[in-house]
Ligand binder design. Sequence first.
Ligand code: GLY
Length: 310
Amino acid sequence: MTIALIAHGGAGRWRPGSDEDAVEGLRRAVEAGRAILLAGGSSLDAVCATVVALEDDPIYNAGTGAVLNFDGFCELDASVMESDGARAGAVSGLQRVRNPVLVARKVMEETDHVMLTGDGAQRFARVMGFPDHDPVTPERRADWFDKRNRVDEVLGEKALRMRRFLREHPEYAGGTVGAAAVDSRGVLAAATSTGGVTLKMVGRVGDSPVPGAGNYASAHVAASATGTGEFVLRSLATRAISERVEAGAGLDVAVQAVLDRLGADYDADVGLIAVGRDGLTVARHRTRDMPHAFFRGESAVASRMRVGDR
Ligand code: GLY
């Protein structure tokens, strides 16, 4: 089988000056996953290593450097899924852990459940040996103070205020991270991790921890989504990609069709990455940017800020 891995650093608009760091961080993260796959390791190990590297890089909205909720603390969502046995694990609303994706993996491997949330997820993390870690960085804290002080201006008055705000300031929501891979045994896996959206209500859960929404792996496809999670949740976007491939569509056609549907139904600010069983990788986004990196077989890692860049 042809090994492959693709990863994203979030759909949105990156602040001027941070572009190169975002693309380089993706390249480094994919190199970590590539080393595992080249050594004959599993796609699950590879996507976890890739997402851990991104969670540890404070430029991305996941793990350390995640955005703060309305009350000023991080609630982290993450999930993993493996095609072999359709196994999945997830955490949502998890606080004070360095690598939520690894806790999600433990949920999959050590419990009878698919998702643990809030205090229960944190309690489980501590029992599994994950120490206390404050993911709030000074930059995110300053950003939160600024937005919180201008909350009326930022959120506006109408019901869809967050959506309108995010459209005007797409750099605000970007930064979710995800990876999808196929290993030499043909097993597919996906992992996704996020802090969600800035100023989200306490308790808000996005698409990233929900199998079939922000993260999915089947015998046909592994995929990860990014962008405003409410749209991805309502469309079950990553599962929809898999269903289209299962029905005979090519991977690029399937991903584009799901993205087009998200556009037609919601004008959604989202991005998608996917890998097929044959090692084909695809990235698509409706936002200006979506830093991503990928490799297939013996090839070197390619990384870019947006689809179409060289
Ligand atoms: N896509 C990440 C989130 O909306 O939480």
